[in-house]
Design a protein around this ligand. Structure first.
Ligand SMILES: Cc1cc2nc3c(=O)[nH]c(=O)nc-3n(C[C@H](O)[C@H](O)[C@H](O)COP(=O)(O)O)c2cc1C
Length: 181
């Protein structure tokens, strides 16, 4: 492994911006990183396992219980090979579960297991992003040491402009590489 090559776990939450995370996965791989992908159950409603397994060249994890691919438990095996956990899109739901320390699915259990830095790329409607519960969870996660990239302002899929748009894949890649440097 060259000095700049890192093991990245890309966790994709169930938001409309999940389609951009396929491009992010490809950009991370093209930048020489070893990428493993986790999809939440909701993410599977937006994007598919085949896309991410082809782009990453690795088996995609969707459940804590996948004994054939991850005999020790997916969260344990992925955390062992994780220099950085990127969550993109980080949904309101994922951030609430991270902030409260829940471990009721793969992404939340993995978050508790990793020793690496965590980079969150939130994406949601402007109304959700402004909600006091979301503001509290973001503040809590910052205090817990999570790094954030975005969200930015612009066109949202709810057909309004506002704050809550996920950062573009290249910006997320740059934020990840800034953490390595
Ligand atoms: C069309 C559609 C778009 C959605 N987009 C978002 C989004 O951008 N951000 C978000 O936080 N939730 C969004 N949701 C709601 C989440 O899918 C829902 O809260 C889900 O429970 C998230 O699960 P996860 O965080 O485990 O992936 C969307 C739902 C639908 C039906």
């Amino acid at each position: 492994m060259s000095d700049s090559r890192r093991a990245i776990v890309l966790a994709v939450g169930g938001g409309i911006a999940a389609y951009k995370s396929a491009f992010l996965c490809s950009r991370l791989v093209q930048s020489g990183h070893d990428v493993r992908v986790v999809l939440t159950k909701s993410a599977l409603k937006f994007v598919g396992v085949s896309t991410f397994s082809a782009l990453s060249g690795q088996a995609v994890a969707t459940d804590v219980f996948q004994p054939e691919q991850f005999p020790l438990g997916a969260h344990i095996e992925l955390a062992k090979v994780c220099d950085l956990l990127i969550v993109a899109p980080a949904t309101a739901n994922v951030m609430a579960r991270f902030a409260s320390g829940m471990a009721d699915d793969l992404i939340s259990t993995l978050y508790l297991q990793v020793a690496s830095p965590v980079l969150l790329a939130p994406a949601m409607s402007d109304s959700m992003w402004q909600k006091s519960a979301v503001r509290r969870n973001v503040a809590c996660l910052r205090e817990d040491g999570c790094h954030f990239v975005g969200p930015s302002s612009g066109w949202l899929s709810c057909r309004a402009s506002g704050e809550g748009r996920m950062s573009e894949p290249n910006e997320i890649l740059e934020a990840a590489e800034a953490l390595f440097n």
